[in-house]
Design a protein around this ligand. Structure first.
Ligand code: ATP
Ligand code: MG
Length: 389
């Protein structure tokens, strides 16, 4: 008898010839995430199995695996040799402390095992009921399911609990992206959404130290730690100072354009970093209509500064409430709502332009040494590596 964790994957199943690539990618990610926990990951028909671990680490292992994009669900199971009496004995043991309603589901890949699945489920149900008066059968809406998986290799897996994974596609299967990570609610969610689609992330954060505080920076690092759990390994954050650039626009340009000018500089720096690091896309938490800088006109004028890198805005059509729900699920909400200044809130005009015109913005940029200021900010980028938990 040994303890194992069964890992099911969802959407990968839809893949035809490429399926092996996605499976290998997910298996690698799971193996890496479990390094140090002394266990092995195997592929068995259409799923993975983790075994060899210390049973006291089981819940920790489950918590790690359900955060790997591509995982549909996870069940801790007990594996025994296929033997009717042994199965009955173990099922009694596993259910003796339970209360509530249940059903038994048998899956018999080994057709030499008798009786058939329906009959065996019925027999086991009878045994369970007799052994524990606190249980009742409910085949429609049971509180838990006793699953008996009789495999062809003469092994049987028995499990009663299933934990849902994040779904999506394994990280590393859909390119590499640079997440523009602020301290707000939206950008961590945008990063999670893209990691869930299979994109391996690095992050770029702009600060205006000393106008923005050291605490604001720590907040961003903490947010990055949460995202790192979904990123199949560490997450690098590039910290870029915008202080001098912001002082210059504030001094020289019409202040209704402050935000547009700042955002164009951010995107220009992001594109340069993508090219240097071999990243294929810029990812933002922008959301149509949410604030002045997120009208279609603003997004167009800002996006126009990027020449040949794709910009992904996974939250563009979300409602704020939907974004908040995801941020709570990934545990970033409470961190995001801490009230520190972001560089976008330093030097904000009372009435920022909501429908900027490109030619006017370019006129404003001519009042600055735009490229020199960008070079200067770029040269001061520092990198911090955030470990996953
Ligand atoms: P968020 O909640 O992500 O901060 P927001 O609703 O505050 O977004 P904006 O301030 O307009 O909206 O920012 C839009 C997007 O621009 C952010 O989602 C993020 O991707 C990027 N961004 C904003 N500020 C920064 C920053 N200081 N560093 C890096 N990226 C930023
Ligand atoms: Mg913000």
């Amino acid at each position: 008898m040994n303890k194992v964790v069964l890992v099911r994957y969802g959407e990968i199943f839809l893949k035809g010839k490429n399926r092996k690539f996605f499976e290998d990618c997910l298996k690698n990610n799971i193996q890496n995430a479990l390094l140090g926990l002394n266990c092995a990951v195997f592929k068995i028909s259409g799923r993975f199995m983790v075994e060899g671990y210390n049973p006291k680490d089981e819940q920790r292992i489950i918590n790690i695996i359900i955060k790997q994009a591509g995982v549909f669900s996870v069940s801790p199971a007990t594996c025994i040799d296929t033997d009717k009496e042994q199965i009955i004995g173990l099922v009694k043991e596993l259910t003796e402390d339970e209360v509530g309603t249940f059903k038994v589901v048998t899956n018999r890949a080994d057709k030499t095992f008798q009786p058939n699945s329906m009959e065996f489920s019925r027999q086991l149900g009878g045994v369970i009921l007799k052994n524990n008066n606190d249980l009742k059968v409910d085949v429609v809406n049971p509180e838990f399911v006793v699953n008996i998986d009789i495999r062809e290799n003469k092994k049987t897996y028995i499990f009663t609990k299933t934990f849902m994974g994040v779904g999506g596609m394994p990280v590393g299967s859909a390119g590499k992206g640079l997440l523009l990570l602020s301290g707000g609610i939206d950008s961590p969610v945008a990063g999670f959404m893209m990691a869930k689609r299979g994109t391996k992330l690095q992050a770029l954060h702009f600060h205006s130290f000393p106008y923005t505080s050291e605490l604001a920076r720590l907040k961003v690092e903490e947010l990055a730690g949460k995202i790192a759990d979904y990123n199949a390994g560490d997450l690098e954050i590039y910290m870029c100072p915008m202080t001098h650039y912001q002082e210059e626009i504030n001094k020289n340009c019409r202040n209704i354009y402050n935000i547009t000018l700042l955002r164009r500089a951010m995107f220009r720096i992001a594109e340069r970093l993508c090219k240097e690091k071999g990243l294929q896309m810029i990812i933002t938490g922008e959301n149509l209509g949410q604030v002045a800088s997120q009208t279609i006109e603003s997004m167009t004028v800002v996006g126009n500064v990027v020449e040949d890198i794709q910009i992904m805005r996974p939250l563009v059509a979300f409602d704020k409430q939907e974004i908040i729900e995801v941020s709570k699920k990934i545990d970033t909400y409470e961190i995001s709502i801490r009230p520190y200044e972001d560089c976008c809130t330093v030097f904000v005009p009372d009435t920022p332009v909501t429908k900027p015109r490109l030619e006017n913005v370019i006129e404003e940029e001519k009042k600055l040494n735009f490229e020199e200021l960008i070079d200067e900010a770029y040269s001061k980028i520092e990198v911090v590596t955030i470990k996953n938990s």
